[in-house]
Ligand binder design. Structure first.
Ligand SMILES: [Zn+2]
Length: 264
């Protein structure tokens, strides 16, 4: 999807509601017309805020630039929440020789075990992305300054252990706001979304998850998983076997999006 039309953003909607109100007052339109326009505006804004691929508040990279090839990228969020589980995931990826991207949370990169796994991810050729420091429930209400600080704090932890400065940022919950957009312009990272939300945190069953992903899979997809989930090591081999059978290739997110994952 291309950039979201500017005229559909919140402020223009409110302004045009008032303009409509003025015009309608002259021609005496019914009251519900204003209510409808306002409702429509708010609905569109809600959709744009919660759907990262809509590019409503900022441009986000959610799928391949050229999706004519049978290539996809796999991403895992919220690491390293559970080092033991992440290691199981890493073993499977290694076995199938599949690259992935791990969007890690700064506060989850603290213990010795978490750092060990972070280093293993990097050493085994996976990309590390920034997924904020706190992943707070109210991240979407943070000021742009606070968002900038969250991104810089996580960058610092990653830099400290891997000597690499990440350029990929995925907002918590995939929520975007004008403040996050402002922060992203300041830190000059790439905003990364997804085109296929696996809903693995909800489904929690390997066979049902496989069904969902099979149904939704398209060329050029960026798929969202979570590496801390207990059932995921049972799902991954089934999924990777399916990809092989269907002739899909898993490539790095940088290759799929034609973007640089780290600052040089
Ligand atoms: Zn997350």
């Amino acid at each position: 999807m291309g950039p979201f039309p500017k005229y559909l953003r919140l402020k223009p909607i409110i302004i045009s509601t008032f303009v409509l109100w003025g015009i309608a007052a002259i021609f005496s339109a019914p009251w519900w017309l204003y209510a409808f326009v306002l409702w429509l505006g708010l609905t569109i804004t809600y959709f744009g805020t919660t759907q990262i691929s809509s590019n409503f508040h900022l441009p986000a990279h959610c799928k391949a630039v050229h999706s004519d090839k049978k290539e996809i990228a796999i991403t895992f969020d919220d690491g390293v929440l559970n080092p033991t589980q992440s290691k199981l995931v890493l073993d499977i990826l290694k076995q199938y020789e599949v690259p992935a991207t791990f969007f890690c949370i700064g506060k989850n990169l603290a213990s010795k075990e978490q750092i060990e796994v972070l280093k293993q991810m990097d050493a085994e050729g996976h990309i590390i992305g920034n997924h904020s420091f706190s992943h707070a429930n109210f991240f979407d209400f943070f000021s742009s300054q606070r968002v900038v600080q969250e991104i810089l704090d996580t960058d610092k932890v990653i830099q400290q252990h891997l000597n690499k400065q990440p350029l990929f940022f995925r907002p918590p919950y995939g929520i975007t706001t004008p403040n996050i957009a402002k922060a992203m312009r300041q830190v000059e990272h790439q905003t990364i979304g997804w085109s296929l939300r696996s809903l693995d945190t909800v489904i929690k069953d390997e066979k049902m998850l496989l069904k969902r992903v099979q149904k939704k899979l398209k060329k050029g997809a960026v798929i969202l998983f979570h590496d801390h989930l207990e059932f995921l090591p049972r799902f991954l081999p089934l999924f990777l076997e399916y990809l092989l059978k269907e002739g899909y290739t898993v490539v790095g997110l940088d290759q799929l999006l034609q973007l640089q994952a780290y600052k040089h």
